[in-house]
Write a protein that binds this ligand. Structure first.
Ligand code: COA
Length: 314
């Protein structure tokens, strides 16, 4: 079970008085004038600024994707003394399941870390999604009955070699699966998942069999981690070799279409001239097709020309 509430209970109510959490808002409504931010203004700028600072830890999202998520209320912002200090971007509907939430990004400004801001944001997210009638479920394609019963599981991917894994561990998430990261970085990604208060202990923790989103835009197999194993110990089988810029695994699922054997123009003309192919060549909108035809006698074009000249002369 996700145990952020217990962690937060360690703080006296006064200690978190200066922290507020609100949903990020689109456009200039954010109204942030934080020192050091180029141009100032807007929750979007804060998110983009922080994700770039943690480019080694966070999966990069283009500005349009950040905007899209802000507009749909998928971003919670933590403010310390009215200044944005941290954010969490996530939504329900992972694996097309309305009861499965996913956290895509979580980041706390460097100077605000280790003061339970991250924990408070996760708790806020859990509260929001595990409540019945979750706002935003309607916007999840294929999410099923909107708002039915709230989210029971929350998952996220985290690179194996960063400290944030300890954070997810301390929040009560469990590392249950792993996949290869990008070929360039050669990292392993760990899938952490936790039960919300909506779930019962019997609800199994789940992970996708493969993923194909993110920057890599390619299918990646997901491997289960043996119960009791540490996320640090996970070693994956070598990633499948690349074929034409895609993994063999990805390409084996979608075999390349068999190209028709090319026939030279001379061969095509011979086949047509002598009728050996029994096909007629038709070119429509630049595409060549050979249509079967009944055997026919080639017309005598010399006779035809003579006839036509005669017709004109008459
Ligand atoms: C990971 C992150 C969001 C955690 O936020 P935070 O507000 O600093 O974390 P909290 O103060 O709520 O930490 C709660 C507990 O998590 C654990 N924890 C958090 N950060 C940790 C770290 N760097 N190393 C080890 N344990 C850590 C600790 O047990 C901590 O309790 P403690 O401080 O009493 O020891 C923040 O460090 C961050 O933004 N990191 C850079 C971006 C990033 O890695 N994002 C996650 C990508 S998957």
């Amino acid at each position: 079970m996700i145990r952020t509430a217990q962690q937060l209970a360690r703080l006296g109510p006064d200690e978190h008085r200066h922290i507020t959490i609100r949903t990020a808002v689109p456009g200039c409504q954010g109204g942030i004038q934080r020192a050091g931010l180029p141009g100032g203004g807007g929750d979007l700028k804060f998110l983009d600024h922080l994700q770039k600072k943690y480019s080694n830890q966070l999966g990069f999202l283009p500005r349009q994707a950040l905007e899209w998520n802000i507009e749909r209320g998928n971003v919670s912002l933590a403010l310390e003394n009215d200044e944005p200090a941290a954010y969490l971007l996530g939504r329900p509907g992972y694996m097309h399941d309305p009861h499965f939430g996913i956290i895509y990004q979580a980041a706390v400004s460097y100077d605000a870390q280790r003061r339970l801001l991250g924990t408070a944001l996760v708790q806020h997210f859990v509260d929001r999604l595990s409540a019945a009638g979750v706002p935003g479920l309607q916007s999840v394609p294929g999410a099923g009955v909107p708002g039915a019963g709230g989210v029971k599981l929350i998952g996220l991917w985290c690179a194996q070699d960063i400290e944030a894994n300890e954070f997810w561990n301390s929040c009560g998430f469990e590392a249950i699966a792993a996949r290869h990261g990008s070929r360039r970085k050669g990292r392993v990604h760990i899938f952490w998942v936790g039960r919300t208060p909506r779930a019962s202990a019997n609800d199994p923790l789940r992970y996708p069999k493969q993923t194909r989103g993110g920057l890599m835009r390619e299918r990646r197999a997901v491997y289960g981690i043996a119960p009791g194993s540490e996320y640090k110990e996970v070693v994956l089988p070598p990633s499948p070799p690349e074929v034409n810029g895609r993994t063999a695994q990805a390409s084996s699922r979608r075999p390349a279409a068999k190209r028709p054997q090319r026939v030279s123009l001379i061969e095509q003309q011979r086949a047509f001239r002598f009728g050996s192919a029994g096909h007629i060549c038709v070119v429509i909108a630049g595409a060549t097709r050979y249509l079967p035809v009944a055997p026919f006698e080639m017309p005598d074009f010399t006779d035809l020309a003579r006839t036509m000249v005669g017709v004109r002369a008459a």
